[in-house]
Design a protein around this ligand. Structure first.
Ligand code: DLZ
Length: 214
């Protein structure tokens, strides 16, 4: 039987308008060659869907194990900045306060900005909280059980974050048995496919649908 659609992959998708969406990207820095390519693929599809650069916030963490916590914090900060101006503004404010604190001039810890529970606010457009967050990492199996533990923890962690916060978290974690598999899935090998492009599209689709569901 011949078919024009590939057996694997997300199948035919509708076009979603990403122009009003705010997307957060949190990526690990381990295996940088793969991460750089996956990030580029993700941005390519976000831009193709109309997501504006000033509505994309990119942050990094050392390794994939840190992704769930960082995704959760970004989502919380995104909600808080709805009142404060921008995520950068909030982080800068936290940094300033922390600097003061280290310098000994701030003694009242309650003056530090606090994240509000995510459920208190909804997406409201360009200056609102994130419509979706994409977590990107690449785990390569070694000779110990490290890979299995981190893969499991990150998968469950990211699922928990999206269900707890109500903000979609796209699973951009490659769990690779070989480096070769990574090159294929980052589109760095002949005949390969950059999975980052799928993650960008998934974020836009979920972000748009979420606005309809809320
Ligand atoms: C320690 C470690 C190892 C061995 N391998 C990877 C990997 O392939 N991909 C990845 O993203 N991170 C790796 N890490 C780092 C952990 O994810 C984590 O950053 C550290 O254990 C510190 O918590």
């Amino acid at each position: 039987m011949s078919t024009t659609t590939p057996l694997k992959g997300p199948g035919a998708t509708s076009t979603y308008d990403g122009k009003p969406l705010r997307i957060g990207i949190i990526h690990a820095r381990w295996n940088t060659t793969l991460i750089d390519a996956l990030l580029a693929g993700t941005l390519k599809s976000l831009h193709a869907a109309g997501v504006q650069n000033n509505n994309i916030e990119i942050q990094s963490v050392p390794g994939s194990y840190e992704l769930p916590f960082a995704a959760q914090q970004m989502i919380r900060a995104g909600v808080t900045q709805h009142a404060a101006g921008s995520v950068g503004g909030v982080l800068a404010a936290v940094g300033e306060k922390a600097g003061d604190l280290l310098g000994g001039s701030v003694t009242d810890l309650t003056s530090l900005p606090k994240a509000k529970p995510v459920t208190q606010e909804k997406s409201t457009g360009l200056t609102g909280p994130f419509d979706a967050v994409i977590a990107i990492g690449a785990l390569i199996k070694g000779s110990t059980m490290h890979f299995e533990y981190i893969s499991d923890a990150v998968s469950h962690g990211l699922m928990k974050v999206q269900l707890d916060t109500g903000c979609p978290v796209v699973f951009g974690l490659l769990t690779l048995l070989t480096e070769e598999q990574g090159l294929e899935r980052a589109g760095l090998k002949e005949g390969g496919h950059n999975h980052g492009e799928d993650w960008g599209s998934a974020a836009v689709e979920l972000g748009v649908k979420r606005r309809g569901w809320e």
